[in-house]
Write a protein that binds this ligand. Structure first.
Ligand code: ADP
Ligand code: MG
Length: 838
């Protein structure tokens, strides 16, 4: 394949194509001076000429060279936002979209009404917006509404080296959109920006770009960084090692900021606390541990302090929640901030922020000289924006800056004044099991490319040092580059989005790196089973799959599902729940399942007897609350999903207070996220089905008994591929199958997780939300299934002696008889599966 010629100033030494328009920007002199120091300023003309002459341009340059903040300004000045059009910039991370829009607005002396951002839940875009930073997921959603993206004259795909799934898909889609726009004489310019020089996946991919786009390399003024490896074998306790390193640097080495890389939010906070304790700043005095206030006695709750999903006779009233609080926005759905998710997960898995390391005296000779103050700041993606902004401020006079960060600081954000980098060498990533889809967050070694990026942060303003807490031998074993995200995860959500864009033959899509064929087939099979794609005739199916021509068209149901910003299994549940007033409940359950880990992790090891007693007490209380929320009889059969519904209902009833959450082992942040997602899903449902006239009901009544039964069916239909059958006593050949369940995909026994309210119930058939592997394979998020529903709701997972009647019968639990399908809901009638739910 032809390689992309690097464009240099000489290669473009033609008479400069003067921009037709020049929009003046009124920058402050100080700002202008700061800008002029950035390496990318030297390349302005080269970049702008390349953009003028080519539809697609790639810009590579070290982190901190000024790509994100400056290129949008070049384009603005050259008039690319004239005629009411917008310069769009996508970022894989929410943090970057917000921070960069604020920075650019400040540099240009423009209001946030003009330089704005849009992320999943919020944004400040107005009619006046000319430069719009957004997450990649937001732009993908916009493509669904306007395939040609006519409001943009130029789009910048930033951080392309991160190879996030949405960025990859966007580049594939935009390669086509650029051609379509050219044909219509409404040219769209595309800039792809990358922090590394490795762009072959874009330039050498002829399916993506017939003509390799020019690559402009920004020479950076990087100062040398001395890399120090640990001699010892890598340490398990890398947080502790980070602490000791920072202490040493601070006591022994000359002035200059320190940047520490850790893997997650809890670790970041723990190290910050420890460092602040060691080097106190007056204003950094640790706030006392706020004692949770005793929970107000609940009248009628039966037991003191317990709040249950109220009984029918006493419907609860939730405090008025205005929709404004939900930041419900018409666009920006569907973006998933992976890093945010990881931080969430970290919080769920790790202990909370009050994690006490109990290590104050344990450092012996490492006790630092606390006379020099250290200005310690955390940085991770879920940190409140004002706190994030602190890292860009100069530290207080006479202090040394120390930023403790997650991977965000690797390429997305450049912190000024860093001279020392401490790299633990680890990163937290979501890992998926190919066969089972079982996912877990794992802390793994970074790639060599990432380690080098991290080291590079030390040489921005003067020569620096990078301390790697692992040996050079270990480094040699790192993989060169991290594999693109798309090759590491299930793709059913992407395939559904693509089909909704009428890309039928997904296999022919110009992915920068395609997902594996097995992943594509698995996704297509799942979507067929969910009724989102049309199943090919049985006989042709095998042939079709063998030829790998994955080209099933989307169904009407699939289109509906694609508009909901949740995974296809959950979207199916929403699509089914218009019946019998189930929507508000289904929305709540889906929101709670999407946010994951509503409950605090209480199985963590305790540092002291006192803590152990506290944990035990809390565990008992949470177990008790779960039983109350799950209720009895019909409601208990909905199992853990009833617990979710009850917990959200009771929490909203309590005013969603932090105290309530803490007292009941609920994660406050997850609860807030669920609240926002409920609002967002409600908007999405109303958009498809205005006659539902749904609003987030602050007075959500508990579901009736029959509604609970419908909800169970809805959940069954959505989680059909997660069906498990209890191993019957006559099948018991082996002790290891005692109380076990069998699933279609796994040969090993799986068990109901002890935290489930159905742990002791052992129903014959269940569906589960996910399987986690610890000592055994455990199902979490379990709900009971009636055997007679299976052929009706999940025919594609059944083998029948004789062919099914067409149309299939409908099971209606209320009336206990089979209904004819026409009588069911008109709204979804064109979809093949939906009307099978009674
Ligand atoms: P790149 O995208 O090439 O990595 P950026 O455009 O993000 O580079 O950053 C260019 C410069 O702007 C960096 O030196 C960085 O320190 C500075 N910068 C970015 N954001 C801020 C901010 N909010 N406050 C102060 N300086 C900032
Ligand atoms: Mg950048």
């Amino acid at each position: 394949a032809p390689s992309a010629p690097p464009v240099t100033a000489s290669a473009l030494a033609r008479p400069p194509a003067k921009p037709a328009i020049f929009i003046p920007v009124n920058r402050s002199p100080e700002m202008q001076e700061e800008r002029l120091k950035l390496p990318i300023l030297a390349e302005e003309q080269v970049i702008m000429e390349a953009v003028a002459e080519h539809p697609i341009v790639i810009v590579c340059g070290e982190t901190g060279s000024g790509k994100t903040t400056q290129v949008p300004q070049f384009l603005y000045e050259a008039g690319y936002s004239s005629d009411n059009s917008i310069i769009g910039v996508t970022e894989p991370r929410r943090v970057a979209a917000v921070a960069m829009s604020q920075r650019v607005a400040k540099e240009m002396n423009l209001s946030p009404r003009v330089v704005s951002y849009q992320i999943r839940y919020e944004g400040n875009v107005t009619e006046e917006t000319r430069i719009k930073f957004m997450t990649d997921g937001v732009l993908l959603k916009e493509i669904q509404k306007d395939f040609l993206l006519l409001k943009y004259k130029v789009l910048i795909i930033d951080e392309a080296h991160e190879r996030s799934v949405y960025t990859d898909i966007l580049i594939g889609l935009l390669s086509r959109i650029v051609c379509l726009r050219a044909k219509r004489h409404l040219p769209l310019k595309l800039l792809i920006m990358s922090a590394t020089l490795r762009v072959e996946d874009f330039t050498q991919n002829q399916r993506l770009f017939a003509q390799p786009p020019p690559v402009i390399k920004v020479e950076s003024r990087q100062f040398p960084v001395t890399v120090h490896f640990n001699k010892r074998t890598p340490l398990e306790d890398y947080s502790g090692e980070c602490f000791r390193k920072v202490c040493k640097i601070h006591r022994m080495l000359p002035a200059g900021g320190i940047l520490v890389f850790l893997t997650g939010q809890a670790e970041v906070h723990a190290l910050c606390r420890r460092l602040r304790r060691a080097f106190p700043l007056a204003r950094h005095r640790l706030p006392g541990n706020p004692k949770p206030k005793p929970l107000a006695q609940e009248a009628g709750g039966g037991q003191p302090g317990l709040q249950s999903f109220p009984q029918k006779s006493r419907p609860f009233t939730l405090p008025q929640i205005s929709l404004d609080n939900y930041s419900v926005l018409p666009v920006g759905e569907g973006d998933e901030d992976r890093e945010a998710e990881m931080d969430e997960e970290e919080e769920a898995l790790g202990s909370d922020l009050d994690l006490d390391l109990g290590d104050d005296g344990a450092d012996g000779g490492e006790q630092p000289d606390a006379s020099i103050p250290l200005h310690v700041l955390p940085l991770y993606s879920l940190l409140a924006p004002e706190k994030q902004a602190q890292v860009f401020q100069p530290p207080p006079e006479g202090t040394r800056l120390c930023v403790v960060a997650t991977n965000v600081a690797e390429t997305s954000l450049t912190i000024p004044g860093i001279k020392y980098v401490v790299d633990c060498g680890k990163v937290k990533k979501r890992h998926y099991d190919r066969v089972t889809g079982v996912s877990s967050f794992r802390v793994t070694w970074v790639s060599q490319a990432s380690a080098d990026q991290r080291a590079g942060r030390a040489g921005r303003t003067e020569p620096g040092h990078c301390y790697r807490l692992y040996s050079s031998a270990v480094f040699e074993d790192f993989e060169k580059f991290p594999p693109p995200e798309i090759t590491r995860r299930p793709v059913e959500d992407l395939i559904l989005q693509m089909k909704a864009l009428n890309i039928e033959k997904v296999i022919n899509f110009p992915f920068p790196t395609p997902p594996s064929i097995e992943a594509l087939i698995a996704a297509e099979e799942l979507l067929i089973a969910l009724g989102a794609l049309q199943a090919p005739p049985k006989t042709e199916r095998m042939k079709q799959l063998q030829r790998s021509r994955l080209s099933c068209p989307i169904t009407v149901l699939g289109r509906t599902m694609a508009t909901f910003p949740v995974a296809p299994r959950y979207a199916k549940m929403l699509a089914l729940s218009r019946q019998h007033g189930c929507l508000p409940y289904a929305i709540t359950i889906v929101a709670a399942m999407t946010v994951r880990e509503l409950f605090e992790e209480l199985d963590r090891p305790a540092a002291s007897d006192e803590e152990l007693a506290k944990l035990k007490g809390k565990r008992a209380r949470v177990a008790q609350m779960k039983r109350i929320w799950a209720g009895q009889g019909a409601s208990l059969k909905l199992g853990d999903l009833m617990v979710l519904l009850g917990a959200v209902g009771a929490c909203e009833y309590s005013g969603c207070s932090l105290q309530f959450c803490e007292a009941n082992g609920l994660r406050y942040k997850a609860m807030m996220e669920i609240r926002r997602l409920r609002g967002q899903l409600t908007t999405a449902v109303n958009a498809v089905c205005p006659e539902a006239g749904l609003f987030v009901d602050p007075k959500m009544q508990p579901p009736s008994e029959s509604q609970v039964t419908y909800l169970r069916q809805i959940v069954t239909a959505g989680l059909g591929d997660h069906l498990a059958r209890r191993v019957q006593s006559e099948d018991l050949l082996d002790e290891k199958w005692k109380n076990a369940y069998k699933t279609p995909l796994l040969d090993e026994p799986v068990f109901i997780h002890p935290s489930s309210v159905l742990f002791k119930e052992l129903p014959d058939f269940v569906v589960y939300q996910e399987i986690v592997e610890t000592t055994k394979m455990y199902m979490k998020g379990v709900s009971t299934v009636e055997v007679q529903w299976i052929p009706v709701l999940l025919p594609s997972y059944c083998q029948f002696d004789k062919p099914l009647e067409e149309p299939p019968p409908t099971y209606c639990p209320e009336k206990g008889r089979v209904q004819c399908h026409q009588a069911i809901c008109v709204f979804w009638a064109e979809s093949p599966l939906v009307d099978r739910v009674g």
